[in-house]
Structure formats: C-alpha cells, structure tokens
Design a protein around this ligand. Structure first.
Ligand code: MLT
Length: 216
C-alpha cells in the first residue's frame, strides 16, 4: 500500500514492453487490492495503478457519494472525478506513466465514466464493467478515438439496461469508439467478462460500430 500520493493506492510496474497501463477502480466495499489479479489476467505484464475510493459508506469504500442505490450525488460525482483525475496526473509523474486505460467495476466503472466525460485528457480509454450513466446530462466533450468497452449483465438488478445504454450513447456521441456487449450474467463478474476484456485490450483500438450491443 502506498500513501504518498493523494489516494491510498497500489502500483505494480509493467513487466512487459508494449503492455498497456491500467487504472483499476474497485466496486463498493472493495479496496486497492481487489482488481490486481483481474488486471494481471486481462493484460499480462501491464503496469497497474489501483487507488482506493475515498468515500466511505457504512464502512465500505467508494469513489463518490450516493443518496440511495442507483441515485447519485451528482455534485460529489463531479468533485470526485476531478480529484481522481488529479491523482492520475500525479501518479503519471511519480511513476513515469502514459495516460492509463481505466478498468472499473460497478462504482469504479461509474467514476471512470464520469472521469471520461469530465476530464477526458487523463484517460486513454476504458473497460467499464457493469456501468451506469453517472451524470443526468452528458457534457459537451471530445472523446474522439478513445476506445471504450462496456460489459453489462443481462440479469443485472443494479445497472439498468437503460442507464448503460444512455452511457454508451453519450460516449459514442462524444466520438469515443464504443463497443457495448451484454453478457449472460448478473452484477457479478463472470469468466466471460475476463475473456471479453482480455481480447478487447489486446486490440484496444479496434474500430467497432458505435453503440452496438452484441450478446455473448
Ligand atoms: C454505484 O453506486 O455506483 C452503483 O449503484 C453501483 C454500486 O456501487 O452498487
């Protein structure tokens, strides 16, 4: 655990030339260790930067406040996305990193989506696992060419189809190269998520039609 920068975090340097740099963002109740093994599985040898969310809800770390399940405190979303973006810039300088690809799960996917929409310069792309649209309205932003993979679960009781579709369409409208896949899963991650994320990361800039939904 490193505490020197503005977020408690873990950092693992790259072990393979040409491997991407991943920013790992855990779900509610997780921490900076949670997604390290996922990161190693989906991008072997990648540099991994994994912060712990600073908001604590009933003892559970998160990346922004919510008022109820699925009802976000949008002022806090904006403030925390900016705080996370500042941390990414600090960590890039400290560790000599390129702009990372975010890999976020659930609440971590939602803060990654907010950072993309509000501070797009800090991310090179994103893998959003069970994401929702974190803002009421999408800001005018240029995401031209940034690759984004959204993986939703057909039986997910938390991230609704409508909210994920609104996010996919906002990212696509801003120019991101969006691939949206719906997997036969709930809110929890499955082997299919790992396989899909791994193959997408291996060719992250692959052009796909914007907003397309492909069932597994
Ligand atoms: C959120 O609060 O970001 C979403 O509802 C996902 C969750 O953390 O349960």
């Amino acid at each position: 655990m490193h505490q020197t920068l503005s977020f408690i975090h873990r950092y693992e340097p790259s072990a393979r030339a040409g491997a991407p740099t991943l920013l790992l963002l855990h779900g509610t109740g997780g921490n900076e260790a949670d997604l390290l093994s996922l990161g190693r599985m989906i991008a072997p040898g990648a540099a991994l930067l994994s912060p712990r969310g600073k908001v604590v809800e009933n003892g559970m770390p998160r990346f922004f406040r919510r008022l109820a399940e699925g009802v976000f405190d949008e002022d806090d979303v904006r403030r925390r996305a900016s705080e996370l973006a500042d941390f990414i810039a600090e960590a890039r300088e400290e560790y000599g990193l390129p702009a990372p690809i975010a890999v976020g799960y659930s609440n971590g996917a939602n803060i990654a989506a907010a950072a993309l929409l509000l501070r797009p310069e800090v991310l090179d792309g994103a893998v959003l696992l069970r994401p929702m649209m974190p803002l009421r309205a999408a800001p005018a932003v240029d995401l031209n060419g940034k690759p984004v993979l959204l993986l939703s679960g057909a039986m997910d009781p938390i991230a609704s189809e409508d909210s994920t579709a609104r996010l996919a369409s906002a990212l696509g409208a801003a120019g991101a190269t969006v691939q949206h896949r719906e997997l036969p899963a709930g809110h929890e991650l499955s082997q299919a998520d790992i396989a899909a994320a791994r193959s997408w990361l291996a060719s992250a800039a692959r052009e796909e039609p914007i907003g397309v939904v492909i069932s597994a």
